[in-house]
Design a protein around this ligand. Structure first.
Ligand code: ZN
Ligand code: FE
Length: 241
């Protein structure tokens, strides 16, 4: 049975993704950085929260995790490698581990770069990638701890996933990412079309996410970079932009 996914806007530009396993009704959230909007969404759906999935230790991704656990009895799952900087974990996971949300299963991928302990979660029905601050639509996370080589490898850790994979990122950064992407890749027709689509969605107050891996493969300059050096150069240029 598939999962269904809803965006919850939190803080200034974070998304907390709310997942429901359609067979069992189990509910999960990814990266709850702020309590009030997440509680409102959970209450609106019947007041159930089973699992909290964390991608990395930054406050805008974990801020409400412990409060929500206390309130709903949810289990907190996060990276074993980062257990010291995360809220006390009910389950510490590594690359290749499987995580259940009711009858739906996610695979854990290690994606260092933004932080050293960053992980992502991939559900295959429908193909859905929760990648935190590793990949953004038309961008990638800032290299706070990792190297360009690590980010390059992490973005390519998604290469085996299908084109139709929905990409659920941690932030609504797509508009500014599109500006930068168009500046470095002005002749990319797919990118121009995606930028147009994003500007229409945002003008209507709608999220630009999820994206798809097909779209990122065609449009995202960081995913399209041929080498870690090129990715590092783009990342430095963008930090200064
Ligand atoms: Zn972060
Ligand atoms: Fe973040």
């Amino acid at each position: 049975m598939p999962i269904s996914v809803l965006p919850i806007s939190a803080l200034s530009d974070n998304y907390v993704w709310m997942l429901t396993d359609e067979e069992t009704g189990c509910v999960g959230v990814v990266d709850p950085g702020e309590c009030a909007p997440v509680r409102a969404a959970i209450e609106a759906q019947g007041g159930r929260l089973d699992v909290i999935l964390l991608t990395h230790h930054h406050a805008d991704h974990i801020g409400a995790a412990e409060t929500l656990r206390e309130r709903y009895g949810a289990k907190i799952i996060g990276a074993a490698a980062d257990a010291k900087r995360l809220p006390p974990l009910d389950r510490a996971v590594r690359a290749g581990d499987e995580v259940m949300l009711g009858s739906s299963k996610a695979l854990v991928l290690e994606t260092p770069g933004h932080t050293i302990g960053h992980i992502a979660y991939y559900f295959n029905e429908p193909p859905s990638l929760f990648c935190g601050d590793t990949m953004f639509s038309l961008g990638c996370g800032r290299l706070f701890e990792g190297t360009p080589e690590q980010m390059f490898k992490s973005l390519h850790a998604f290469d085996a996933l299908p084109d139709e994979t929905r990409v659920y990122c941690g932030h609504e950064y797509t508009t500014s990412n599109a500006r930068f992407a168009l500046a470095v890749d002005p002749d990319n027709t797919a990118l121009k079309e995606r930028a147009e689509e994003v500007s229409n969605l945002r003008a209507r107050g709608l999220p630009s996410l999820p994206s798809t891996l097909a779209s990122e493969r065609a449009c995202n300059p960081f995913v399209r970079a041929d080498t870690p050096e090129e990715l590092g150069r783009l990342r430095r240029e963008k930090d200064l932009a």
